[in-house]
Design a binder for this molecule. Structure first.
Ligand SMILES: [Ca+2]
Ligand SMILES: [Ca+2]
Length: 352
C-alpha cells in the first residue's frame, strides 16, 4: 500500500477543471504489504546469553520509536524510565509482543512493525497516523519470570574449602550490586568496613541471603536475583521497579553459628554429668568467672560453639543469668539440672 500527500494538494470542494494536467508531487512515507510480518534486525547480542525471553516473562527495555521517514514519535529514554511489561499478554502492540520473544538480556534489536501488527488503519490519537509502519530500536535491560530462582555463577572457588556458609553463620563479605546493563547501584566499597551479617535470619534481601549460602572463604560468585527475591515492585534505594539485580560477592570471613535463639551449642555430646565438669574447683558452686572459663575452654577445644554475632562477654553473662535462677550470683547443681532437664525435652542441642 502506498500513501501519498494527496489531500494536501486539493482543499475540499476544489474542482479539477476538465482537461487539466494534474501534477503529483509524491513522497513515499510508508510501504508495506498486508502479508508482512515484523522484521527483526538483531544488532548486538551480548555473550553469554544464558536464557532467551519467552511468553510470560516480565521484561524491561528502552526504545526509540520512529516512522519510516526517521521521525521519532516516542522514546522511553525521554521519560528516563524503561518500558516494563509481561510478554505475550497483549499489553503492547502485537508486533512488539512478538518481537520481544527470543531476546537476550542486553540485546539491541531494530524491529519494523507493519500497521496491521501495530495501530492498524486508524492509528492512535494524534501521535500515530493510520496505516503507519513503525520502527522500534530496542535495548533489552533485563527480563525474568515470576517463577525464576536465584542464579549463582561461581567465579572463583578456592582449592581448600572444608567449611561453607550456612544459615545462622556470621559472615563478612564484599559485594557490588548492579543492574544487568552494568549500571552500578551500590557497593560495600562505599563503606569503611565490609558488612557482617548472620545468614538466614531475614537481615538481607532473600535472594542475596540464599546466594551467600554454601560459600567457602575467598570464594567469589555472581548472584542474579529476580525482583520478587529482591526489592520487588518497590523503588528501593534508587533501584528501578522490578529490576533484576546482579551481586558480585566475595566471602571474606566465616564464623559458624548457632541456631536462632541459642547462645551456645555443644558440637558433640556434653560432659555427663555436667555440673562436676563445670565446677572446676569442686566447691559445689559455679560463679560467673568459672562459668565463663569453662565455656570458653569448650569453644577453644572445639567441643562447643558460642553465638558468633554477639560480644562473647555479653553472651556469657546472659547465659550465666539464664542458669542462675535465683539470681544469687552462683549456679548450683540443682539449678543446672532444672535447666538441663527442661532443655532436653525440647532440643537435642543444649543451650546454656
Ligand atoms: Ca566452683
Ligand atoms: Ca543461683
Amino acid at each position: 500500500m502506498v500513501l501519498c500527500w494527496w489531500e494536501t494538494f486539493l482543499s475540499p470542494g476544489t474542482k479539477i477543471p476538465p482537461y487539466a494536467t494534474v501534477i503529483f508531487d509524491v513522497l513515499l512515507v510508508d510501504l508495506f504489504n498486508v502479508k508482512d510480518d515484523i522484521n527483526v534486525e538483531v544488532q548486538m547480542i551480548p555473550q553469554p546469553c544464558r536464557r532467551k525471553a519467552v511468553l510470560g516473562d516480565f521484561i524491561r527495555y528502552h526504545y526509540n520509536a520512529t516512522f519510516q521517514d526517521g521521525t521519532i514519535f516516542d522514546s522511553s529514554y525521554a521519560r528516563n524510565s524503561t518500558y516494563n511489561t509481561f510478554i505475550g499478554m497483549g499489553h503492547v502492540i502485537a508486533g512488539i509482543d512478538k518481537a520481544l520473544q527470543g531476546v537476550c538480556v542486553g540485546e539491541w534489536r531494530r524491529v519494523t512493525v507493519p500497521p496491521h501488527l501495530a495501530y492498524g488503519e486508524t492509528g492512535s490519537g494524534e501521535l500515530i497516523p493510520g496505516s503507519a509502519v513503525l520502527i522500534f530500536d530496542m535495548h533489552i535491560i533485563d527480563f525474568h519470570n515470576p517463577k525464576d530462582q536465584v542464579h549463582i555463577n561461581v567465579t572463583n572457588k578456592p582449592a581448600a574449602c572444608n567449611l561453607t556458609s550456612d544459615a545462622n553463620d556470621l559472615i563478612l563479605y564484599r559485594y557490588n550490586c548492579s543492574l544487568l546493563d552494568g549500571t552500578r547501584l551500590y557497593s560495600s566499597d562505599d563503606y569503611p568496613e565490609p558488612p557482617r551479617v548472620i545468614l538466614g535470619q531475614g537481615k538481607l534481601i532473600s535472594g542475596l541471603d540464599e546466594g551467600l549460602h554454601g560459600m567457602c572463604v575467598l570464594e567469589r560468585r555472581e548472584i542474579t536475583v529476580p525482583p520478587h527475591l529482591a526489592h520487588g515492585a518497590n523503588d528501593a534505594m534508587g533501584i528501578p521497579t522490578s529490576a533484576v539485580l546482579l551481586f558480585e560477592v566475595e566471602l571474606l570471613q566465616l564464623q559458624k553459628g548457632v541456631p536462632e535463639g541459642f547462645l551456645f551449642i555443644w558440637l558433640h555430646d556434653s560432659p555427663e554429668p555436667l555440673f562436676p565438669a563445670m565446677d572446676m574447683n569442686q566447691d559445689h558452686k559455679v560463679l560467673l568467672e568459672e562459668f565463663a572459663a569453662f565455656i570458653m575452654l569448650q569453644v577453644a577445644e572445639g567441643r562447643g560453639r558460642i553465638h558468633p554475632g554477639i560480644d562473647s562477654d555479653k553472651a556469657l553473662k546472659e547465659m550465666f543469668r539464664n542458669q542462675d535462677r535465683n539470681t544469687d550470683g552462683k549456679i548450683t547443681e540443682d539449678e543446672l539440672n532444672i535447666i538441663v532437664n527442661e532443655e532436653k525435652e525440647v532440643v537435642t542441642h543444649m543451650e546454656l
